[in-house]
Design a protein around this ligand. Sequence first.
Ligand SMILES: Cc1cc2nc3c(=O)[nH]c(=O)nc-3n(C[C@H](O)[C@H](O)[C@H](O)COP(=O)(O)O)c2cc1C
Length: 366
Amino acid sequence: MTVDSLFRPFAFKGLTLPNRLVMAPMTRSQSPGGVATAAVAAYYARRAAAEIGLIITEGTGVARPASLNDPNIPRFHGEAELAAWKGVVGAVHAAGGLIAPQLWHVGAVRSRDPNWTPPGAYDSPSGLSSPGKRFGAPMTDAEVADAIAAFGQAAGDAKRLGFDAVELHGAHGYLIDQFFWEGTNERDDAFGGPAIPHRARFAAEIIRAARAAVGPDFPVIIRLSQWKQQDFTARLARTPAEMESWLGALSDAGADIFHCSQRRFWEPEFEGSDLNFAGWAKKLTGAPTITVGSVGLSGDFINAYGGESSKPASLDELVRRLDRGDFDLVAVGRAVLQDPLWAVKVRHGRQDELMDFSPKAMATLY
Ligand SMILES: Cc1cc2nc3c(=O)[nH]c(=O)nc-3n(C[C@H](O)[C@H](O)[C@H](O)COP(=O)(O)O)c2cc1C
């Protein structure tokens, strides 16, 4: 099977991606003091110069005191921080690429470094880090409003800095997802409730704030997942109808593109169809979607955190689904982290040069 369809352009709202390949957002924790370095800029530019159609940056923190849980993750507020991001945008554009920041708030996910605590209380919908596990206090109405405004401000700053799009991190059990999930959202106000559209209100307000800040023509992507780091089997939408009500609320609020995070892209979302999450999201909303999860590799990324290596794997099933119209874009994480030239090698059939993924690559920033 040829990979030609991965290398066809994709146009959306005035943005033309040269191909379908997106670099998945990957936290690297290599920005001391929260300021992205020249090495970070060079790392993204290297991939932009090598057939990655759109770079989505590592998660970067919005302006809430505890939006991040690691001092080496870059912030997306403050003068030095934003100036550094401007440098990253410049480096990626100079290499001929396009770039979106992933705007992030970790919510009630504890610090990765036991010797460091964020300069403020952890935010969460109901003071729960996972179902039944108390962690901090529920956000007050004023804190919820401030968090929504912080995402809006960051989206506006992204546009002003010259980014090409923006992604909101609504996946993997972090703050926005803590609102989506009934296991961590017990609020009985307008931001909680028994059905997913109630719990999607926080995300919808964030999308509205982002949209108001960037205007109608700037692409707003939202990353979503059924699975949570707190529970890989969690499901926000158990049926297509539930998924339609969840994504519909986000679409109505102004989300343009759904980035549907799975650990293995080929896994069907619901019984009776082989469509994956991105496939269903596109079918139910008509919006463009991005798939992700073990593209080009034999093992999944959670196992990589456990120290497991992966081998290069066939792209045939991915291309079959892309050609069928299931999704528009394909995000690639570890394969591109390991090898900046991964997409060039794929395009030109240099199969024998594709590299194994080694978890050791996560420690360096080449
Ligand atoms: C080192 C590393 C850091 C990650 N950091 C983030 C992140 O900041 N935001 C996010 O949404 N996903 C993050 N992820 C998940 C990836 O974006 C991607 O969904 C996952 O690695 C699956 O893609 P892959 O199998 O191609 O690696 C991270 C993954 C890795 C390996």
